[in-house]
Design a protein around this ligand. Structure first.
Ligand code: NAP
Length: 266
C-alpha cells in the first residue's frame, strides 16, 4: 500500500526537493503540499517538472481532513513547525521533522505529544547519510581525543546558529568523552565571539556565506597530531534518501526518535 505524504514547507528549498523525491518514489504518494508562499501553484510546476494536479495550499488542517495522509514531513522553520506538529499529531499522523532551531522545551513537548497520541516522530537535524556517519565517527574519536572543536559552514540564508547538526555532534561527543579536559591557559578573547560558542566545553564556530550548502568539520587535537572529520552536502539532493527512508520507517516507531542514525543499524 502506498504511504500518503503531506509536505509542509513544500514551496521552500528543502520542501521542493522532498516533494520531488516523494513524487518519484513508487512506494509513496504526495497527498498534500502546504506552504504559506506559492499558494495555488501546481507542485509539479514548482519543482520544474510537468504539472501533477496537486496545488499548494496554506491550510494544513483542511489538507489533513481531506487528504487521508499517513505521514507529515515538515521542513518549515522553528516557529511554524511546532504548530504543524501539534495539528498532525492530533490527527494521529506520524511525523518526519527536518526543521532545525527548536528549543529543548519544544523537543520535550514533541516527546510528550508522540507518547500521548501513540504516534511516531522522527526528528533529525541532518538527513544526509554522510553527515550521520561523520557524527558517528566523531563520537568514536572523542573517546581517544577529548580536545575537539566544531566548525560548521552553511549558506547565508540559514536562520539558526549553530546548526542542529553541530549541536547534536557536540552532544554525542560529550556523551562519549566523559569529563571535559581542563583549560591549559587562561585565554583572553580580544574580540567577543572569536572562540565560538561554548556548548558545555565544546567550541562551535558557525560560518554563513553564499556558496556553501551545509558542511561541517570536527577537529580533534592530540599531542603532535590532529584528526579532522569533514562532511560536505554539495546540494540538497544529499538529504533526500534519508528523508524517504524516514518516511517509510516512521510508521514502525512509537514516541520521539531523535536522529537518523536510530534507523540505520550503525
Ligand atoms: P526555506 O527555503 O525558507 O523553506 C521553508 C518554507 O516553509 C518557506 O517556503 C516558508 O515560507 C514556509 N513556511 C513558513 N511557515 C510555514 C507554515 N506555517 N506552514 C507551511 N509552510 C511554512 O528553508 P529551507 O532551506 O528549505 O529549510 C527549512 C528547514 O529545514 C530549516 O529549519 C533548515 O535548517 C532545515 N534543514 C534541515 C535539513 C536536515 O537534514 N534536517 C537539511 C536542510 C535544511 P516563508 O519563507 O514565506 O516563511
Amino acid at each position: 500500500m502506498l504511504i500518503r505524504v503531506v509536505v509542509t514547507g513544500a514551496g521552500g528549498r528543502m520542501g521542493r526537493e522532498v516533494c520531488r523525491g516523494v513524487l518519484h518514489d513508487p512506494e509513496l504518494e504526495l497527498a498534500g503540499a502546504v506552504d504559506v508562499r506559492s499558494v495555488g501553484a501546481d507542485i509539479g510546476d514548482l519543482i520544474g517538472e510537468r504539472p501533477v494536479g496537486l496545488r499548494v495550499t496554506e491550510d494544513l488542517r483542511r489538507c489533513l481532513e481531506t487528504g487521508q495522509a499517513s505521514v507529515v514531513v515538515d521542513f518549515t522553520n522553528s516557529q511554524a513547525c511546532m504548530g504543524n506538529a501539534r495539528l498532525a499529531v492530533r490527527f494521529g499522523l506520524n511525523l518526519v521533522i527536518g526543521t532545525t532551531g527548536m528549543s529543548t522545551r519544544e523537543i520535550d513537548e514533541l516527546h510528550t505529544l508522540a507518547e500521548e497520541q501513540e504516534v511516531g516522530i522522527l526528528l533529525a537535524p541532518n538527513f544526509a547519510l554522510g553527515a550521520v556517519l561523520m557524527m558517528h565517527f566523531a563520537q568514536i574519536a572523542a573517546r581517544y581525543f577529548p580536545q575537539v572543536e566544531i566548525i560548521e559552514m552553511h549558506h547565508d540564508q540559514k536562520l539558526d546558529a549553530p546548526s542542529g547538526t553541530a549541536l547534536k555532534t557536540a552532544e554525542l561527543i560529550l556523551s562519549a568523552r566523559g569529563e571535559a579536559p581542563g583549560a591549559k591557559v587562561q585565554e583572553q578573547e580580544r574580540l567577543a565571539g572569536c572562540r565560538g560558542g561554548n556548548y558545555e566545553g565544546v567550541r562551535i564556530h558557525s560560518l554563513r556565506l553564499p556558496g556553501f550548502v551545509a558542511h561541517q568539520k570536527v577537529v580533534f587535537g592530540g599531542n603532535g597530531q590532529t584528526l579532522s572529520i569533514q562532511h560536505d552536502s554539495l546540494s540538497r539532493e544529499s538529504f533526500i534518501p534519508g528523508v524517504l527512508l524516514a518516511i517509510k520507517e516512521v510508521g514502525r516507531l512509537r514516541g520521539l526518535v531523535y536522529g537518523l542514525e536510530n534507523i540505520l543499524n550503525l
